[in-house]
Design a protein around this ligand. Sequence first.
Ligand SMILES: Nc1nc2c(ncn2[C@@H]2O[C@H](COP(=O)(O)OP(=O)(O)OP(=O)(O)O)[C@@H](O)[C@H]2O)c(=O)[nH]1
Length: 332
Amino acid sequence: MQENAVAPHLPAGSHAHLSGRVLGLAKLGLIVLDANQRIVMWNQWMASHSGLSAHRVQTSELFDLFTELRGQRLEQAVQSAMQSNLPQQLSPSLNRSPFPLYPTGTWGGERIEQSVSVTPFSEGKERYCLIEISDISTTVGRERQLRGQAEALRAQSYVDGLTGIANRRHFDVALDRELRRAIRNDGQLSLLLMDIDSFKAYNDHFGHQQGDACLIHVAETFAATLQRPADLAARYGGEEFGAVLPDTGAEQAALVAESIRARIAALAITHSPAAARPHVTMSIGVATFDKDKLCDAAAMLAAADGCLYAAKHAGRDCVIVHNPTESVNETA
Ligand SMILES: Nc1nc2c(ncn2[C@@H]2O[C@H](COP(=O)(O)OP(=O)(O)OP(=O)(O)O)[C@@H](O)[C@H]2O)c(=O)[nH]1
């Protein structure tokens, strides 16, 4: 029997003596309350994690000793266990650290994360309640770490590794979500597809590494041009980019596209001599949701891609807006 556990002195070798030894060695907190909620047993684990010896707490009422537990879930659990004679388990997610218990020797730091169960029992005519407290700090810590890792992985899976803006998967998810919202609310939605002009020539002339640096510069400028928090700038693939613009009609989308085109041209990044223009430029296709004619992602993408193709054929460095009544409509 450890000196900090409350129990009568018993002859060595008896079963009761053995039980006392086991209580002292147990790696969980054990408290026994009588029918008046007075502490009649407090094991060594409780003493070394609370800083309160068994002699100090003996016969104290648990909820006088820990007044912060009054009116809390633990007091209710003890009361219902005694009344119903049924065991109670405190939800670890809602009651992570009810007792002021700390890793041995670190009083005042972070509390041990706890899983607490309450079990009523009778001995002769006396009624008691056993409270068991397990240290689940390691499990909770591991859970937190896993959640953090899962969150980081999820974020990574939505981010383009080279440019740091949204990737194609993020673009697809955003387009689908915003399309459903536009259909539900009879709202507006536009989509831009854009492509750096003559980028093969840029790579061939300056090398792939400088090509990558150019892509990063263009992506950052394009993303910074979008003003609204709900707008999404994404790398669609290779030297192609896409933007999802919620609550944006065709006219406004054309203005956004034109300001992207102008800002990229204004970067004045020297292009390859083989390119059509002296500086790096972009061609942009614009499509706008129309509940009768352009009402799904595939149709909107095809329309924007058709406009992008037309922009290339119109000489590049321009914006072409899809017009549902006509074929295409060049705006810059
Ligand atoms: N550096 C670099 N180049 C890329 C990357 N992804 C695609 N490219 C290059 O982008 C170029 C695209 O070339 P093309 O599809 O022929 O088009 P283009 O030369 O831009 O011509 P137009 O689109 O007609 O103006 C190819 O040379 C690809 O290798 C990348 O991540 N990094």
